[in-house]
Ligand binder design. Structure first.
Ligand code: NAP
Length: 277
């Protein structure tokens, strides 16, 4: 088994990004809009701020109280859409129930939508037209490419169909000529499906869901899951149980996670170039 090392790849990709940033004629800017103080969100925002600062980005964190109205939030996003200092905007999920996440998300200009979640960018991905693509799926593709794992003609099973991970990674893989089966909570006999897969991508948020009996020998396993238990992180794949059967596997932590933050910073640069065009 070979480890798919997201931490090492991130280091390498960051050096390449730093070179690209040198040719930019302004300071790149990223705005993160948060409502409330969800604990996991606070951690993710800190990680984003740290890397943005390391890259010399202008970083703005707008934190609203839980009671903020939809109109107030939309006004703020419209301001950021028109702010030349800002190249990329993200709204940190989850949002409280009184806010319509889809309306909020689609208020972001598609040119600054560095999470790739607007209808415009999601549509572009389905039509295989270049746009801004969600960060985690992009990170997964970069990992697979770095290790020269063949995608064309390969049978891939994706478990999980969220708009953030499952659906976009399935579409990216289809665009790369893989054959993709997308499973979810209503799928029957998942183990029978995964056993035929060359590559399995699991993104469901259930500790150690994927086990050795569900994969064929030498399969590639990409574990997106982040499950917190007693201050420790666990993946959706049972790493110890799987590691001797797979050809490649991502660890948790240290696999997909580090690449996600890098891809966000890369998307800010990409958004700037798209905007400039
Ligand atoms: P999500 O929006 O909650 O979606 C979970 C998906 O998993 C849904 O499609 C659900 O099916 C499916 N599912 C749940 N239980 C299942 C089961 N037993 N069998 C088959 N499918 C099942 O989650 P998400 O945002 O995609 O995130 C998934 C996991 O990845 C979480 O642990 C999250 O923390 C992690 N994550 C990690 C990163 C990273 O950078 N490493 C980034 C994003 C997310 P239904 O649609 O039928 O409900």
């Amino acid at each position: 088994m070979e480890l798919l090392d997201g931490k090492e790849l991130r280091k390498k990709k960051l050096e390449e990004l730093k070179e690209r940033i040198k040719t930019v004629d302004k300071q790149l800017g990223l705005a993160v809009v948060q409502v409330g103080a969800d604990e996991a969100s606070n951690v993710y925002i800190k990680q984003k701020e740290k890397l943005a600062t390391e890259l010399g980005y202008y970083f703005v964190h707008k934190n609203f109280p839980n009671e903020v109205t939809q109109d107030e939030l939309i006004k703020e996003l419209e301001k950021l859409n028109n702010d030349d200092k800002i190249d990329g905007i993200i709204v940190q999920m989850p949002l409280p129930a009184h806010l319509d996440a889809s309306i909020i998300q689609n208020t972001i200009s598609p040119l600054k939508d560095v999470d790739g979640l607007t209808y415009v960018n999601a549509g572009k991905l389905i039509q295989n037209v270049s746009g801004l693509v969600p960060c985690t799926p992009k990170g997964i593709i970069d990992i697979l490419d770095e290790y020269n794992i063949t995608l064309e003609g390969t049978n891939v099973v994706v478990i999980g169909r969220s708009i953030l991970v499952g659906k976009p990674i399935a579409n990216l893989l289809i665009n790369r000529n893989a054959t993709v089966i997308l499973c979810h909570s209503k799928t029957k006999n998942i183990a029978e499906i995964t056993k035929n897969a060359d590559i399995i991508i699991v993104a469901i948020g259930q500790k150690h869901f994927l086990t050795e009996d569900m994969v064929k020998k030498d399969a590639v396993v990409i574990d997106v899951g982040i499950n917190r238990e007693d201050g420790k992180l666990y993946g959706d794949a049972d790493f110890e149980n799987l590691k001797d059967k797979c050809s490649y596997i991502t660890p948790v932590p240290g696999g997909v996670g580090p690449m996600t933050v890098y891809e966000l910073m890369n998307n800010v640069h990409l958004a700037y170039t798209l905007h400039k065009k």
